[in-house]
Design a protein around this ligand. Structure first.
Ligand code: HEM
Length: 420
């Protein structure tokens, strides 16, 4: 493997690791606030207990998220000096705001949400660079606000934030569904599953709508990425939607795929007869890896559809019986779906990042031109892989202890109420 590939692999691994904790860091505070709110409304001690236990787990996740996030900011400078040199002046603002947000969060141990938004804005800028001009190879007329509010920011921020709520909602629902399956009347797990299902059932349908918004924005802003996502080689009016299959770059066909006539034209533009640019419109050296991007996209959307089906079942059961949906088959389904949100997040990032290749800044700078000239990048890659592996083991052990405690929850006592 070349140094360039080691640099990319190290960055990919660090992001794949960090994003799990960032998403939980955005989702868990929402659940804790809901539990706290329910306690204030109902005065049932079970909600207070829930809030305390979730807070303990979140503290572990926050610590690991903070460490892995700090590593990422160093890696940006060390592995991609070419990128930082050009991009720093233009998109440095959300990065510094992210740092500021992170300090505030570290103090309050609170919502990751707003630091997440700044980071995603910076990523959106890499996909859709704005807020500067290039004159004679030099960057001029920098407008950091326009850079931050680039055309991809809105859809990426909405999609990522909802992704965090979906993934957290489903993961938490899976944990409590698992315990509830053993004891259907347990009030602690019933309360926890109820709150997690509220988050999952509201955010999941919204995520499908935001996915549609993302796909239409990508069709407009990054047509090569859209073509790779859909394994769409030939420009065509009334283009079919290609699901699965094995894309073949040589023959520009996709074997064994399921095709929905006019589906791509409809999804990309809401017009079933619209013309959609295929990969043939772009020079070969500007194609992303079609198989990786297409399969990652299908996994993300497939996971989303499965989760949507579960939320519809839960909604149906709730509407029918007007009580927490605790059907055993639904609980089993929720347990199986626990990791799907995170699978969708990881594959979503693959779509975004691999789909932009060979560019680190779309249309402006190639990834190969931004990498450090330093040799021997295999060494940090191996060391970081080891560190992340150890960190993952520590998290699993600590959370396991937390789960075992949760198995037999002792309800918290309500604070004493004194009447005047
Ligand atoms: C019908 C379902 C979905 C569609 C059509 C869809 C569409 C998209 C598109 C087009 C992108 C690329 C955006 C870009 O590069 O600018 C993307 C990225 C992404 N998707 Fe999805 N998605 C769907 C479901 C999901 C689900 C269920 C999750 C997670 C729970 C998810 C998480 C992500 C993430 C984390 C990214 C990368 C960051 C971002 O662009 O915001 N997606 N999605």
């Amino acid at each position: 493997m070349s140094d360039f590939l080691f640099a990319r692999s190290q960055m990919a691994m660090s992001l794949a690791f960090h994003i799990v904790f960032a998403a939980l860091g955005i989702g868990m505070p929402l659940l804790m606030a809901m539990a706290e709110g329910m306690y204030l409304r109902t005065e049932q001690p079970v909600y207070l207990d829930l809030c305390h236990r979730w807070a303990k787990g979140t503290a572990i996740l926050f610590a690991v998220g903070a460490v892995s996030g700090t590593v990422l900011s160093f890696e940006l400078g060390l592995l991609w000096p070419g990128f930082m040199q050009h991009a720093g002046a233009i998109i440095g603002m959300p990065f510094s705001l992210e740092g500021f947000a992170f300090f505030t969060e570290a103090i309050f141990l609170g919502v990751y949400l707003y630091s997440g938004i700044f980071v995603v804005t910076a990523n959106a800028w890499m996909n859709s660079p704005a807020g500067f001009k290039i004159v004679d190879g030099q960057i001029r007329d920098i407008n950091p606000i326009a850079a931050m509010l680039n055309p991809a920011s809105l859809h990426e921020v909405v999609h990522m934030t909802l992704a965090a709520f979906v993934a957290t909602g489903f993961m938490v629902a899976a944990v409590h569904a698992f315990f509830l399956l053993r004891d259907l009347s347990n009030p602690f797990h019933r309360a926890a599953l109820g709150l997690a299902l509220v988050v999952a059932c509201i955010s999941m349908p919204l995520q499908i709508l935001s996915g549609d918004l993302s796909a239409r924005s990508v069709a407009r802003l990054q047509p090569a990425k859209l073509a790779a996502m859909e394994a769409h080689y030939r420009t065509q009016a009334g283009a079919p939607l290609i699901i699965g299959g094995i894309p073949q770059d040589q023959t520009m066909t996709t074997d064994y795929a399921l095709e929905i006539p006019r589906g791509l034209s409809f999804l990309a533009t809401h017009d079933p007869n619209a013309r959609v640019a295929g990969l043939e419109e772009f020079p070969r050296d500007q194609w992303p890896n079609v198989r990786v991007v297409h399969w990652a996209f299908d996994i993300m959307v497939g996971s989303g559809m499965l989760m949507l089906a579960l939320t519809l079942c839960a909604d149906g059961l709730w509407l029918k019986y007007r009580r927490l949906p605790d059907n055993r088959w639904l609980l089993r389904g929720l347990i199986a779906a626990g990791p799907l949100g995170f699978l969708a997040i990881e594959t979503g990032w693959v779509v975004t990042e691999v789909g932009r290749q060979p560019w680190i800044i779309y249309g402006v700078m190639r990834t190969g031109d931004a990498v450090t000239p330093m040799p021997g990048l295999v060494v940090p890659f191996v060391i970081f892989t080891g560190v992340y592996f150890l960190l993952a083991m520590v998290v699993v052990l600590l959370l396991r202890r937390q789960f075992l405690e949760t198995r037999n929850p002792v309800p918290a006592q309500p604070p004493e109420v004194t009447h005047a």
